[in-house]
Write a new protein. Structure first.
Lengths: 267, 105
């Protein structure tokens, strides 16, 4: 095979890959009273926080409840690492860790006022501290604050979700209606999404260098690259979305406005 | 001129006294608090969290659709309107009408 043929095949392969698109697949129906807010991926199943009912649910892909955690108090954006589920309790300012059917508090040397999110990556844990308008990073027992209240670049106004990704911390800066990116030393890098009139950026996830964000009142999911370039907008299948969870072939959106999770698949 | 000044001072004092009285109004039973800007779940649970710190509050229900909080006060206890307004403000909202309601309302 000569170089020209290899080049042609490479271009064809790349063009085939770039033609892959997300398309709406279905909604997973949850128990009637459930109001899903945050999500984390299990072993093929989904963990869902239901703050309205003070529960965490583990469901299969059909929506059947496999497990319930009840010792939680307005649980918000959860995360899972190894076999541990990390839970921020918005109501009592505690962080819980659930593992092997046991729940215990995570000792954190910080005073939260309504923790809204936890994200875990290796030995690093990030928190969104909603009423104090800041985030924290916990590394090997040492915690340090990232950002503070404000409206300008690098400052936060009611952050609701955080996501650790590679060497970055991505924050859903909810009532500044945007996403902000920091490095893991706390240095501000970029504001994303301010041009799209997001109306409360409630949830964020990052996959394959793409940032997915839920627009609560806009009923949308927007996708950006790390340069802030808008790549895609999804709408029409959401009801007050509060979280998005992205895998290699699916993304899930928690519809807080009803008892469902929307599922998109990569064709 | 002196009389006009006295009248103005008297009027201001009356308004001030009336405002202070309203703020110190004690309430009991079930209390409905209309709140501006109450909408997303983070707001609703945040308001619940702040109001629950008030002495004497037994139960709180937040109605996001109709933008109000319904407080149930412990039997034999009261809360002041000023305290409710302060806690609503701490939650990041502005309170409007605050009224005692019956079970039928």
């Amino acid at each position: 095979m000569n170089k020209g043929t290899i080049l042609l095949l490479s271009v064809l392969l790349l063009s085939c890959q770039s033609e892959k698109n997300w398309s709406f697949s279905h909604k997973i129906a949850l128990p009637e009273t459930a109001r899903p807010l945050g999500m984390a991926m299990g072993e093929g199943d989904l963990w869902i926080s239901d703050p309205e009912n003070d529960k965490i649910l583990r469901i299969d892909q059909g929506g059947d409840v496999l497990e319930e955690i009840t010792e939680v108090y307005r649980p918000m954006h959860i995360d899972r690492s190894d076999d541990k589920l990390f839970i921020p309790n918005f109501y009592n300012d505690a962080i819980s860790v659930y593992q092997n059917e046991n729940i215990r508090p995570l000792p954190v040397d910080a005073v939260f006022d309504a923790p809204a999110s936890v994200s875990v990556l290796d030995d690093l844990i990030a928190f969104a501290d909603f009423y104090n308008h800041r985030t924290f990073l916990l590394r090997n027992g040492t915690i340090f604050q990232i950002s503070q209240e404000g409206r300008t670049d690098g400052l936060l106004y009611y952050p609701t979700d955080v996501k650790l990704y590679k060497d970055k911390l991505v924050v859903a800066d909810a009532y500044n209606n945007r996403i902000q990116v920091f490095d893991q030393q706390g240095n501000f890098i970029k504001v994303i999404g301010w041009q799209e009139n997001i109306r409360v950026a409630t949830g964020v996830d990052v996959f394959d260098d793409k940032i997915f964000v839920t627009d609560y009142y806009g009923g949308r999911v927007l996708v950006y690259d790390f340069e802030g370039v808008l790549l895609d907008i999804f709408e029409g299948q959401f009801n007050k979305p509060t979280d998005v969870l992205v895998t290699s072939d699916k993304f899930y959106v928690a519809n807080y406005g009803e008892n469902s999770v929307s599922v998109y698949t990569l064709d | 001129m002196k009389q006009i000044s006295i009248i103005i001072v008297a009027l201001i004092s009356l308004v001030g006294i009336s405002y202070a009285q309203e703020q110190n109004t004690t309430l009991k039973g079930k209390i409905k608090v209309q709140v501006d800007g109450l909408s997303c779940p983070f707001c609703a649970y945040g308001l619940e969290k702040k109001l629950k710190t008030m002495e004497g509050v037994a139960e709180i229900k937040i109605d996001v659709e109709n933008a109000f909080a319904l407080l149930t006060i412990e039997e034999g206890k009261t809360v002041t309107e000023a305290a409710i307004r302060e806690n609503v403000k701490k939650a990041g909202f502005t309170s409007r009408e605050i009224t005692e309601v019956t079970d039928d309302e």
